[in-house]
Write a protein that binds this ligand. Structure first.
Ligand SMILES: Nc1ncnc2c1ncn2[C@@H]1O[C@H](COP(=O)(O)OP(=O)(O)OP(=O)(O)O)[C@@H](O)[C@H]1O
Ligand SMILES: CC(C)(CO)[C@@H](O)C(=O)NCCC(=O)O
Length: 444
């Protein structure tokens, strides 16, 4: 039986009932997902609410912490009383205080004792790949709202102890393509969702062929991932935070460090094999220069070059795996992406055009792929970093994808503005980790 108690987390006098907390404790970041029931005097105007029968209306909240600062996370859970209704109690032990919360990721093993010691709670471990797939399938099945509909979001800061619940209108769309700076939301037909390649870019990268709910196979991976970008970037630029490193990349020019085809070919394209003069021939190639040291390169350029190298590499490996299994859709998740335009652009370009066109031609000739150049589509997710945590959340007892229904059908007020995301700058307005979803949990 679940125990919900009312706790105040929004700094107002309105108590919010927290029920269910799930964690994804990764190599770099800890992700939290928790559900809060709407309090009696719901903040949503009743006229926009949908009558959902037999369900409990509320919000899914998202928060994240660096794994290295796990004590902040423990403090956050404790200070905000997320455990009061946060987990479940084993049916047979209702009267005992043997509660547990669902957790996935390597840290569910590594930090199990710490949670027991500091919070007196057991972590019930869920398989990481399983959770990633469940979370991705859930998000991809969130109904698409075209123009004319909106969702109410609330933003929750992850700064310690401070919660700001602020209502905002936004168009609820989860999956989108990104190319040449242009973001396009995609409606995915639920009957045509599978198979797809899920590429989760965390500290390391996992590539999973998804064939259905709970039907998947991890087909590939690479250790050159988000941890590599952050780790190498920190060493090379001396910057102090991941966001700072990303910010640097905005202002950088990779041509200062990368060797381009044109640098080798005297400014010319190598058109015979499909390489433009502007294509990178060798990432960091110019750094071999004898008369230059690290200090002679700008941190901005280093960051940009590194981001390009890693994103490109992941995009290409993903492309080749999609080609290997004849998959047309590649969905990218994980916190490395951070809705960062340059990262998404680089990955998308690598997937769509696979910079090594000659390799593609070779493969075409050898293996007769079922689709041709550029047909694979890279897609990104708004809640990219929370796939595992969402999956763990949904593994509570009776959760199937159908138990959690996003409460979406809210007609848009006549004068409300649409397309809230078109000028969205990820470095300023962070949708990742701060956005909650209005939803409904059945049989909660
Ligand atoms: N604030 C941040 N601090 C550190 N890394 C960040 C931050 N924001 C984004 N990142 C990037 O996200 C990556 C971690 O992503 P994610 O949380 O999806 O993976 P993880 O679960 O920690 O890793 P793994 O699954 O490999 O154990 C980091 O390696 C880094 O590249
Ligand atoms: C080890 C995990 C699964 C932990 O999340 C991840 O970091 C990963 O997929 N790394 C890549 C390992 C590899 O396939 O080379």
């Amino acid at each position: 039986m679940e125990h919900n108690r009312e706790v105040e987390i929004d700094g107002s006098s309105n108590p919010i009932q927290i029920s269910r907390l799930a964690l994804d404790i990764g190599g770099s970041l800890i992700k939290l997902v928790y559900f809060s029931r709407n309090s009696g005097d719901d903040e949503d105007p009743p006229k926009y609410k949908v009558g959902v029968s037999n369900g409990v209306n509320g919000r899914l909240h998202f928060a994240k912490f660096e794994t290295a600062k796990i004590n902040d996370c423990l403090q956050f859970i404790s200070a905000n009383k997320l455990l009061l209704g946060g987990g479940f109690q084993h049916q047979e032990n209702c009267t005992n205080d043997r509660s547990f919360i669902k957790a996935t990721g390597g840290g569910a093993y590594k930090f199990s004792e710490l949670f027991k010691e500091k919070l007196g709670i057991s972590l019930e471990k869920e398989d990481e790949m399983d959770c990633l797939v469940t979370g991705a399938n859930f998000l991809l099945k969130v109904p698409f709202l075209g123009r004319g509909y909106c969702m109410w979001y609330s933003y929750v800061t992850v700064e310690m102890h401070i919660y700001i619940l602020e209502k905002k209108e936004a168009v609820n769309q989860e999956a989108f393509t990104y190319l040449n700076g242009s973001k396009e939301f995609v409606q995915i037909d639920h009957n045509d969702l599978y198979p797809y390649l899920l590429v989760n870019i965390g500290s390391g990268v996992s590539m999973i062929k998804v064939d259905g709910d709970g039907k998947f196979e991890r087909v590939s991976g690479t250790s050159v991932g988000g941890g590599t970008f952050w780790g190498l970037g920190k060493l090379l630029t001396k910057c102090q935070s991941f966001d700072e490193l990303l910010e640097l990349s905005h202002r950088g020019d990779n041509r200062a460090i990368d060797t381009l085809v044109g640098d080798i070919y005297g400014g010319m394209d190598y058109s015979k094999i499909g390489l433009l003069s502007t294509t990178i021939a060798s990432s960091f190639g110019k750094a071999t220069s004898h008369n230059k040291d690290l200090e002679d390169y700008k941190p901005e350029d280093i960051s940009r070059s590194l981001l390009r190298m890693i994103s490109n590499n992941i995009g290409q490996i993903s492309y080749l795996n999609a080609l290997r299994f004849g998959l047309k859709r590649i969905i990218f998740g994980g916190f490395f992406i951070r809705s960062h335009s340059y990262t998404m652009d680089t990955i998308a370009v690598a997937v769509h055009f696979c910079s090594c066109v000659d390799l593609h031609i070779l493969i075409m000739n050898t293996f007769q792929p079922v689709w041709s150049k550029g047909e694979a589509k890279a897609m990104f997710l708004r809640h990219e970093g929370f796939l595992g945590a969402l999956g763990a959340f949904m593994s509570y007892e009776m959760h199937s994808l159908d138990d959690l229904v996003v409460n979406q059908m809210m007609p848009l007020p006549v004068n409300a503005s649409l397309g809230a995301d078109t000028n969205y700058d990820p470095l300023k307005g962070d949708l990742n980790g701060t956005e909650s979803i209005q939803c409904c949990v059945y049989r909660a």
